[in-house]
Design a protein around this ligand. Structure first.
Ligand SMILES: Nc1ncnc2c1ncn2[C@@H]1O[C@H](COP(=O)(O)OP(=O)(O)OP(=O)(O)O)[C@@H](O)[C@H]1O
Ligand SMILES: [Mg+2]
Length: 382
């Protein structure tokens, strides 16, 4: 007769933690269910770690040791700041906060993992909360997947999508440039001719009423000339090609009309690096929309714009101290029937994806907003 099988002990946070939340005797006992679990953990083909709620590694598997170049005991002693770049760490702790507050069940981000030899690897990190018997979070499980091999396999399809997207953006930008020149050359010159004609007519006008009407016509023509020039300029910011990103940012920020209590700060660390025209234009357009949103929707009194190139990554951050909001998820359908859908955030995201960037919105009602755009290994200007 078949022996009834032993019930499998529940998988809970306490399976790998003792009372201090550190090591579990069950986890280390060389037989039984938990030990087999430990073996599966150790031999998993992705990096895995069990961490305390403040991100300290308690266990790391062999793959993670291989990826980082550290032994498991070294990883246990390594503070989180020595495994990540400061910008990734900030992003990670924001996501972790959402996990700890119970807003989400798991979080995921792409980041750079610092290796023992000082180099870094591009990885995807997923984190899941592990609950104790009372349902409270007791520790975290992290899966760390090295992205380079995966990206290698996906290269042909990704290259096709990239080249299609950059062709579309290229065509759009070329068309904008053409419309900009048409506006400047055709309409601008016709308006100049109209202004001269009005002036001549005014010289021959016989009475005060005619002078008054022609003066009105001259004013309207001058306003139209100004609007046309502004529109032509907005379609293609000339500073971008001629002077580069920081100058184009300064020029765009100088033209902002701000409420008296609002300040905009700009900081750049690009060290004169230049990127493909699509990436530079994307940074400028995303920053313009993010600033416009902060002014329109957030009642922000401070907007900080940062543009940094370090560790082969270009990052743009636009942070405001305004009202904040709940960022839409991809399944959100916010448009109400009959009303046009807002395009700003969608356009920013699509523009970023089309030139290899990733956009993140960090915001919560009452806590301001940060728009983060990053380009890992951005294409440089030829
Ligand atoms: N910085 C911000 N602070 C507070 N709320 C914001 C911020 N940015 C966006 N929002 C919210 O997200 C919504 C969507 O923004 P989005 O830019 O997509 O559209 P919009 O600004 O309303 O319209 P448009 O299509 O003209 O850009 C906004 O209506 C606003 O409610
Ligand atoms: Mg908008």
């Amino acid at each position: 007769m078949k022996k009834p099988s032993k019930p499998i002990p529940p998988l809970s946070g306490t399976a790998w933690q003792n009372n201090d939340g550190i090591l579990s005797p069950l986890w280390l006992e060389p037989r039984g269910y938990h030990y087999r679990l430990r073996e599966a953990f150790d031999k998993a083909p992705v990096g895995m770690a069990i961490c305390s709620l403040d991100s300290q590694i308690l266990f790391a598997n062999q793959r993670l040791c291989g990826l980082t170049g550290y032994s498991e005991s070294e990883l246990r002693q390594l503070p989180p700041e020595q495994r990540s770049l400061p910008s990734d760490l900030a992003r990670e702790s924001q996501l972790l906060e959402q996990l700890l507050q119970g807003n989400v069940e798991n979080v995921s981000l792409e980041k750079k993992l610092l290796r023992k030899n000082g180099h870094f690897l591009h990885v995807r990190k997923n984190m899941v909360g592990l609950r104790g018997q009372e349902g409270q979070l007791v520790s975290l499980i992290a899966h760390i997947e090295h992205l380079a091999p995966r990206k290698e396999a996906a290269k042909p399809a990704a290259a096709q999508i990239d080249s299609f997207a950059s062709t579309v953006i290229g065509i759009l930008e070329a068309e904008r440039k053409r419309i900009s020149l048409e506006l400047h050359d055709e309409i601008g010159q016709s308006l100049t001719a109209l202004k001269i004609a009005i002036k001549r007519a005014d010289e021959h006008a016989q009475n005060a009423e005619a002078h008054e009407a022609l003066n009105q016509a001259r004013l309207i023509t001058e306003q139209l000339m100004h609007k046309t020039r502004t529109l032509a300029h907005r379609l293609r910011p000339a500073e971008l090609d001629e002077l580069g990103l920081p100058a184009a940012f300064c020029s765009c920020l100088n033209k902002l009309v701000l409420p008296p209590e609002t300040r905009v700060f700009f900081e750049e660390q690009l060290a004169d690096a230049r990127f493909s025209p699509e990436i530079e234009l994307c940074c400028l357009r995303v920053a313009q929309e993010a600033i416009t949103n902060a002014l329109r929707h957030a009642q922000a009194t401070q907007i900080k714009v940062e543009l940094v190139f370090e560790h082969d990554e270009l990052r743009l951050s636009v942070r405001d101290n305004g009202t904040g909001f709940t960022p839409p998820t991809s399944s959100d359908k916010r448009a109400t029937a009959g009303a046009p859908s807002p395009l700003g955030l969608i356009g920013m995201r699509e523009r970023s994806l089309s030139c290899g960037g990733q956009m993140l919105i960090n915001s919560r009602p009452g806590e301001g907003t940060e728009i983060l755009l990053s380009f890992p290994q951005p294409q440089k200007r030829a």
